[in-house]
Design a protein around this ligand. Sequence first.
Ligand code: BTN
Length: 263
Amino acid sequence: MNRSEFERAIAGLPFEKAAFFESIGSTNDVVAEWARDGVMRFSIAAADEQTSGRGRSGRLWFTPPGSALAFSLLLDLAPSFDKTLLGRASGLGALAVSGALEGLGLRPEIKWPNDVLLDGKKVAGILPEAHWAGEHLQVLILGIGVNVSSDSVPPASEVSFPAASLEDFLRKKIDPGELLRAILESLVVWKTRMSEPDFIDAWQAKLAYMGNSVQLENADGPAVLAVVEGLADDGSLKMRMENGELRTFQAGEIQLRPLLTEK
Ligand code: BTN
């Protein structure tokens, strides 16, 4: 995406601050810096290339020039923001990206909490970062990366989950500015509806592996099998364990892996 495509994409949307970079370390860091400087309202930083893009769990996120969407939003949710909504914010970006992909005729699924999949392959990832002052949530940043062309897809040896690009599925060029616009329009709508029950319903309706057995991986022990039962009110994941117990996990506690027999 270039600067004029970015400016067209955000025209008329309610951003306090917006910036585009040809190349930057990480757009999440740009927005965090703005927050430290006192920016508190809805804002966006986007880049054509990230040289140190971050993924979840300390992984790197690959954003070579001319191949992907990479942008970060400062969400104007504090100070009345409660912890239920914090969990829901994790789904906000995934719902927005999914809405835009449906507009392109695709059928995205969301691998909890917020990876966007097409045909079982990851095409977009979301990195929420909350900044706290003690118990007080100061700012919530939502970083969104979308693999647009195949150049944005890292080699299979470097990813922990199979990845693909949108153009692999559409087999035509995508206008990155139009895609960004569609994601932002969807996000602006869902942001106002985050406390409504249908926010969780919409997120759950797109949940990958719903009702299926998956492997649960966490940092402390061997992977175990469990069935995906759906979302709790705060966006945490309900899982039926092999011993019949229903457990709830917060984002970051576990990773889901499909069984080899499934896609
Ligand atoms: C993941 O699935 O691991 C999350 C990937 C998030 C990538 C985006 S790209 C824009 C923003 N800046 C970053 O450094 N990361 C996020």
